[in-house]
Design a protein around this ligand. Structure first.
Ligand SMILES: [Zn+2]
Length: 103
């Protein structure tokens, strides 16, 4: 992972953490998802950007909500959920450390 990719990932982890805290997205990523290219132009629930047809879109259903995400956004959300559930292999830096890294 390049430094730029790592920075993008950390920003997405921060966003996932904030959105989980605010209740905008669930704290548990479901184990099953579907994905593919499509002309949907759905908005990514995490970053808010459109998912354009040349990008892979992941779609998950949680509590009767359908969530659409970019692949990288899904990964950040999933990792943040696993971190919150105590998966120590994905122990992330503290919120303060994440913020320091991206400022
Ligand atoms: Zn996104």
């Amino acid at each position: 992972m390049s430094a730029e990719q790592k920075l993008t990932y950390l920003r997405l982890r921060i966003r996932a953490r904030e959105q989980i805290k605010s209740g905008r997205i669930p704290f548990r990523a479901p184990p099953e998802l579907s994905g593919g290219y499509g002309p949907s132009l759905n908005e990514c629930v995490l970053c808010g950007m459109a998912i354009v047809p040349t990008q892979v879109e992941y779609e998950v259903c949680v509590a009767e909500r359908r969530l659409n995400l970019h692949v990288a956004c899904y990964a950040a959300w999933r990792d943040e959920c696993l971190h919150r559930l105590g998966d120590h292999t994905l122990r992330g830096p503290s919120s303060a450390a994440l913020r320091a890294l991206v400022r």
